[in-house]
Design a protein around this ligand. Sequence first.
Ligand code: 6PG
Length: 242
Amino acid sequence: MTRFSVLPDPAAVCAAMADLVVESAAAAIDEQGIFRIALSGGGTPKTVYPMLLEPHRRDAVDWSRVEFFWGDERAVPPDDPQSNFGVAYAMLIARLPNVRPARIHRMPAEAPDLDAAALGYESELRVAFGTRGGEFPAFDLVWLGMGPDGHTASLFPGSAALDETERAVVANWAPHPRAWRMTLTFPVFDAARRVVFVVEGKNKADAIRAIRAGGSGLPAERVSGEGVEWLLDAAAAGEESG
Ligand code: 6PG
């Protein structure tokens, strides 16, 4: 059952997500000794990352047991300001204690042969999760955002990757700005133990309204695993007063 939580403003949404990451990590590490997370791209994580570095959250997790992956990546080098990895590494991972470099799995979306690089990342997932055959990696937590057009990760409306049912990782064309991306696919999101959308801003309200009404067909609505949750601010939920 998909749950929607509406919080007053972006800061409250991001603090709730920071707490949720810490809670999910502590539970997974306690249960299985490892926590595997797929980080979101875009701008919202830039508010969450500093909150994770606040001592009461930072010191609540054994970061040596956290394995970092990404939901999607732009076709830019890791030091590019547009790089989802670059933002996460500079604002969070490089500032956390005891992170194991071998547990940081960057998507090489700048590779000249993007399809080969996507296949390579899929193999990296297979090894990290110990999956076999047609099994999809089951992330402990997938953290997603949503664009005003209802895209999530780099699964854009009308794009080829929406129909992918076999591959866990594919190259996909982004319409705005026009560029190639690498993205996880719906089967991976649906296999996750927990998926949390973090969505803020008035410009998302139309897509959110359509998704909550059901039957929108928007990519974000098609993420349909058991544990899908939405953290919305009042503006994105269309509840903003005044
Ligand atoms: C990306 C993201 C993308 C993002 C949404 C929301 O690489 O851009 O993965 O799906 O999550 O566009 O972005 P904001 O958080 O900046 O609104």
